[in-house]
Design a protein around this ligand. Structure first.
Ligand code: N01
Length: 493
């Protein structure tokens, strides 16, 4: 491969929803000189990596897909992992993205070269350069396994839900599941009937609402296939329904109504008062991710399942020991313990203008203008960066807002001849201050819980504290006044 083939105008890290969506829109705008790196052997991001039994999305399919790549064939109102992954692979094939892919290229480091005005990107397959870098690795891509004392001594099999070991048959096993988040509540009901014993280690009980999933009917599919605008209408219905749900997150008192529904859901499935007490949350709904399931509580009521609420003291070769001294024997440990979000490893690998890593810059908390651009890191653009995750609707909507904003930025650079820009410190500080002000009244600040939305300082640096239309309004046009040019010494060519 020549040096030229290793240089491109734009490099995208990650071939999940963000990277694929950006690639499709770039092609439609006429861009051809870009590459998409992914460490995996296939596209799909989180929908490739999370193949645990029962994995599915809890946002309705018509909203959890790219508006510019609609899919009239969704089989269920909430799609499963295999179907979403197949959709993303189809997007790549149908929209000409394949030639841009550089699979099995893990980005080890990327540093801004001030003199050349480009990013120097070291991957597992050698060095590349690009004028523009799009970080689309996703906030939920690096599994987090707690550092439990004695874990290395465990004699059995250990894996994380996002790296499911499909070669390890769970039939007749004694399994310890650690964590009760969105992942665990999906796989626990699937594995519970097969295992001999399941110990579920719960630190905080989640709020669980009924899941209104159903098969899409033949008539609906025909409508989506043949009636122009039918899918757009379905999407709009879901969009506004979900935006209405945001009210509860922004005004926590409203959550009381939903909590009543969730309590009834719990009481119907769990008759044992002691178990019911263990499963009743003590914080306001929404403070942590609200979970949807019809089979989680029935699974916990099974005779071969026990919910352990004593904290974990240590792991021994033969199982998990809790603080009360009990040994819970197990031959398999499955971690449903979430991801490195506020301490994302990618931040350690990106170096900006002054040679500092992004992790260093974000040492106290993650900050980015519009959640996409960071002062000191020219021509770097995040998809689903700080404060642009969601608790109530589809992050694909946020990704699309950001892709539109990115295209505006690229158009601006082309029109002005400016080669490199970054947000002004004032614009970034002002954006972060606004986010923090808005966050103050939300359930994430007032709900009385600790969640992955918060960083070590207790600041919510992950979620957008408002309606998604307000983010759309902010990003629908590229606002050049919030940016400043960064000098580049060398001439092009
Ligand atoms: O991870 P989590 P997840 N000792 O971080 C517990 C999306 N998602 O993979 O609550 C003991 O939510 C921790 O306990 P606590 C969605 O955005 C979506 O389940 O912190 N326990 C918690 O119970 C979701 O929010 C879908 O007290 C420990 C669990 O592990 C995000 O991904 C499906 C522990 C971690 O829960 C992450 O979900 C799946 C320790 N040391 C995922 N450390 C759908 O769309 C952590 N825990 C349906």
């Amino acid at each position: 491969m020549t040096t030229d083939e290793r240089h491109s105008h734009i490099a995208i890290i990650g071939a999940g929803f963000g990277g694929i969506g950006a690639a499709i829109r770039l092609r439609r705008e006429g861009y051809r000189d870009f590459v998409v790196f992914d460490r995996g052997g296939d596209v799909g991001g989180t929908w490739r990596d999370n193949s645990y039994p029962g994995c599915a999305c809890d946002v309705p399919s018509h909203m959890y897909s790219l508006s510019f790549a609609p899919n009239p064939e969704w089989s269920r109102s909430f799609s499963g992992q295999a179907e979403i992954w197949a959709y993303l692979r189809r997007c790549v094939a149908e929209h000409g993205v394949r030639p841009h892919l550089r699979l099995e290229h893990e980005v080890h480091a990327a540093a801004w070269d001030d003199a050349a005005g480009r990013w120097v990107i070291d991957t597992s397959q050698g060095r590349y350069t690009a004028e523009f870098l799009v970080a689309a690795g996703g906030p939920l891509s690096e599994p987090s396994i707690p550092n439990l004392p004695g874990l290395e001594t465990f004699a059995g099999e250990v894996f994380h839900s996002a790296r499911w070991n499909h070669d390890h048959d769970l039939t007749g096993r004694r399994v310890a599941v650690i964590g009760t988040g969105a992942s665990a509540i999906q796989f626990v009901p699937r594995i519970a009937p097969a295992v001999e014993r399941l110990h579920l280690f719960q630190r905080t009980p989640p709020w669980v609402m009924p899941r209104a999933d159903r098969a899409v009917t033949g008539i609906e599919k025909r409508l989506f296939r043949h009636v122009p605008g039918a899918q757009r209408l379905a999407r709009a219905g879901v969009y506004w329904g979900r935006e209405a749900m945001a009210v509860g997150f922004l005004h926590p008192a409203v959550m009381r109504v939903a909590q009543r529904i969730a309590r009834t859901h719990l009481n119907r499935a769990i008759k044992d008062p002691a178990l019911r007490a263990k499963l009743t949350p003590s914080y306001t709904m929404g403070c942590k991710r609200v979970l949807l399931s019809n089979d989680y509580y029935p699974a916990l009521a099974r005779d071969n399942v026990d919910v352990v609420t004593d904290g974990i003291a240590e792991i021994r070769p033969e199982g998990v020991v809790t603080r009360d001294g009990s040994l819970h024997e197990a031959d398999t440990i499955i971690f449903g313990t979430g991801f490195h979000v506020t301490d994302m490893p990618l931040a350690q690998r990106l170096r900006g203008r002054d040679g500092r890593t992004l992790a260093d810059t974000w040492r106290d908390t993650m900050r980015a203008y519009q959640g996409t651009s960071v002062t000191g890191f020219p021509n770097l653009f995040f998809l689903l960066g700080p404060n642009t995750g969601l608790g109530h609707t589809s992050v694909v909507f946020m990704i699309e807002c950001q892709i539109g904003y990115l295209l505006g930025m690229l158009r601006h650079l082309r029109a002005t001849g400016v080669r490199a820009i970054e947000p002004t410190p004032e614009a970034q500080a002002d954006f972060v201050a606004r986010v923090d002000r808005k966050m103050g009244g939300t359930v994430w600040s007032r709900g009385g819980c600790r969640s992955w939305y918060l960083d070590a300082t207790g600041r919510n640096s992950t979620l957008w504290p408002g309606y998604t239309w307000s983010y759309w309004l902010r990003t629908r046009r590229f606002d050049a006044a919030a940016y400043r040019p960064v000098p580049v010494a060398q001439r092009v060519g």
